[in-house]
Design a protein around this ligand. Structure first.
Ligand SMILES: Cc1cc2nc3c(=O)[nH]c(=O)nc-3n(C[C@H](O)[C@H](O)[C@H](O)COP(=O)(O)OP(=O)(O)OC[C@H]3O[C@@H](n4cnc5c(N)ncnc54)[C@H](O)[C@@H]3O)c2cc1C
Length: 390
């Protein structure tokens, strides 16, 4: 354990999934942990759809009370609007109450023994030679710890100041709560109107409501407005009830996620699926890896960048291939003309190819093996495709 000279063993900055997950794991190991959140409480303001795979849901023992809906199928719409329903036998994913998820994770950290300090932004973190000193907002006295976890999400001044995380490549996403009746399947939209490689969604949510949004490279608000207008014109949605904030999503592997006394976890470290922009599961996985590496470094008495390097090595071993392959897939899709996407969509109309595409996609989270398998199996079934698609 760390010496009593420090206020805490570890100060975790940001009470999103990455920060609360790390704080929970460290506190459960008996470390003195401060979980510092700039907003008045975890979870707000909300920006995210809250979809996690069943694998993530089970692994972290998330409570059923957070589930708004469970998903075993979704409708994929081609650029021209043609639907194809992708159905699996078992539940694949859950739409969670995202505010509730963040609160639950922060509560779990507190139950494990962490101190949650809200309405407190960390403005700077300085290495002092054997620990860190955190400058807090609003004139609060600085806080000391053996090490700090930067889990501030993407685009915060703190991460920029520390020059940690982010490859520099970005998507941005935004969504709105809309009136929506009689739809019980998630719909995913594709096409140039959503930007190259961009996609839109309409997700059944609470009673009479849905979430309509999109993730794309640029012109996000303009494209969201057009997406909403198209859905309204088609009679798919009614009134817009609330708009969430625009948020950047970093994609690609960053140069470094460790510095003397500091590790970066979650969005700030680019631990996000480059294809879908989903980051909750990777944040929780990386939080586990960070907590274990921090505990080892503290016990070994070396929290320098060298002592914390195992975190960097282990999370890259766990997620690096996925993120690299996800970037390749994203670049490929971004280069495809709309007509090619329309044609690829037609493959789903060929029964044997549809079976290949659906059965070779075992997981929402691990895309690299899926991509390789789909391409290999499609190659084996080339003769089944219409001549125009070969
Ligand atoms: C439109 C949209 C939809 C999405 N939908 C999904 C989805 O369905 N499924 C999915 O898996 N992912 C989704 N994501 C991505 C997901 O929201 C993020 O990957 C996830 O929130 C990352 O968690 P995090 O803990 O790293 O960061 P965050 O959730 O951003 O948490 C960071 C926390 O740090 C706090 N903070 C920031 N700076 C400071 C500071 N200086 N001091 C103290 N506190 C600070 C913030 O207030 C915040 O509470 C979506 C993203 C967008 C934009």
């Amino acid at each position: 354990m760390a010496s009593a000279r420090f206020d805490y063993d570890v100060a975790v900055v940001g009470a999103g999934p990455a920060g609360s997950g790390t704080a929970r794991s460290l506190a459960a190991r008996g470390y003195r942990v401060a979980l510092l959140e700039r907003d008045p409480g975890p979870g707000r303001p909300v920006h995210c759809t809250g979809i996690v795979s069943d694998e993530c849901f089970e692994r972290y023992g998330l409570p059923a009370s957070l589930v708004i809906g469970s998903v075993s199928s979704f409708v994929l719409r081609s650029p021209s609007g043609r639907p194809a329903t992708i159905r699996r036998r078992s539940v694949q994913a859950h739409v969670l109450d995202r505010v509730g998820l963040d609160r639950w994770l922060a509560d779990e950290a507190v139950r494990a023994g962490a101190d949650l300090v809200t309405s407190t932004a960390v403005d700077d973190i300085r290495w002092t030679g054997d620990g860190v000193r955190l400058s807090l907002s609003a004139g609060s006295a600085p806080l000391t710890a053996r090490a700090a976890v930067v889990a501030t999400g993407f685009g915060t001044p703190l991460a920029r100041k520390l020059d940690i995380g982010s490859s520099g490549e970005l998507l941005s996403g935004c969504q709105a709560v809309v009136e929506q009746e009689g739809v019980d399947e998630i719909e995913v939209f594709t096409g140039d109107a959503l930007g190259a490689g961009g996609f839109g969604w309409l997700v059944p949510w609470r009673a009479g409501l849905g979430l309509a949004g999109l993730l794309t490279r640029k012109h996000t608000m303009h494209r969201l407005n057009e997406h909403l207008a198209r859905l309204r014109a088609a009679g798919r949605i009614g009134r817009i009830v609330e708009r969430f904030r625009l948020r950047a999503v970093p994609i690609g592997l960053p140069d470094r996620t460790v510095a003397d006394g500091i590790v970066a976890v979650g969005d700030v470290a680019g631990q996000v699926k480059p294809t879908s922009g989903g980051g909750i599961y990777y944040a929780l996985l990386s939080a586990e890896i960070a907590a274990a590496a921090l505990a080892e470094a503290i016990e070994a008495g070396d929290v320098t960048a060298a002592g914390l390097a195992p975190y960097e090595e282990r999370w890259r071993a766990a997620l690096g291939t996925e993120i690299r392959q996800g970037m390749r897939l994203r670049r490929l899709i971004e280069q495809l003309p709309e007509s090619a996407i329309e044609q690829l969509h037609r493959l789903l109309g060929v029964p044997v190819l549809r079976r290949v595409l659906v059965s070779a996609a075992p997981s929402l989270d691990w895309h690299s093996s899926k991509l390789t398998r789909v391409l290999e199996r499609l190659d084996r079934h080339r003769d089944a495709a219409p001549a125009s698609l070969r």
